[in-house]
Design a protein around this ligand. Sequence first.
Ligand SMILES: Cc1cc2nc3c(=O)[nH]c(=O)nc-3n(C[C@H](O)[C@H](O)[C@H](O)COP(=O)(O)O)c2cc1C
Length: 189
Amino acid sequence: MSAYQVGYFVGSLSSTSINRTLSKALIALAPDDLEFTELPIGNLPLYSPDYDDDYPPEAQALKDTLASCDAVLFITPEYNRSIPGALKNAIDWASRPWGQNSFDHMPAAVIGASIGQIGTAVAQQSLRGVLTFCNARQMTAPEAYIYFKPEVYTDSGEVTDEDTAAFLRDFMAEFRTHVERVLTVLPRH
Ligand SMILES: Cc1cc2nc3c(=O)[nH]c(=O)nc-3n(C[C@H](O)[C@H](O)[C@H](O)COP(=O)(O)O)c2cc1C
């Protein structure tokens, strides 16, 4: 059985990002037949339609990588009750030029970690609205709003609490099932 290629966005540019730690945990706990490639967002210029006829290399690389992916995973902080601007900028690049939206029919899931107990719930609702317009096929359940407790994760993403590990493992198993279901009716390659 061939693996599913999953592109993932970490919505934070912070060198000490808890969402990057969460991304490592998710990758480590994911089913074996998911293979992950990060979609960098920190190197992208700010999107303008002026670029539509001639994308800069960083933005073209984003679209090329997404084209080679079977699915996309968003791991994002909440900034002021929405997603960080850097992530929105990357989504805008990927959604254009008009008629070449990289997210069209793409299986997708969202998750995020916060230092607050709301666990990025509001940011995720904001992101879901964006992804709905981009016509991504979102996993709607389970939801995962992670209240980040530093003592539960090592820097390399190992999860030391078995209940948390089980929750994240289940989330990724459900994501894999979602990807398979979507691709059964909407094959990408
Ligand atoms: C500009 C800014 C806005 C923030 N807004 C929120 C917010 O709306 N809700 C929340 O729970 N945390 C908020 N936080 C705190 C973040 O949860 C915290 O900084 C977290 O570590 C960000 O994730 P990261 O470490 O992956 O960058 C905000 C932080 C920053 C820097």
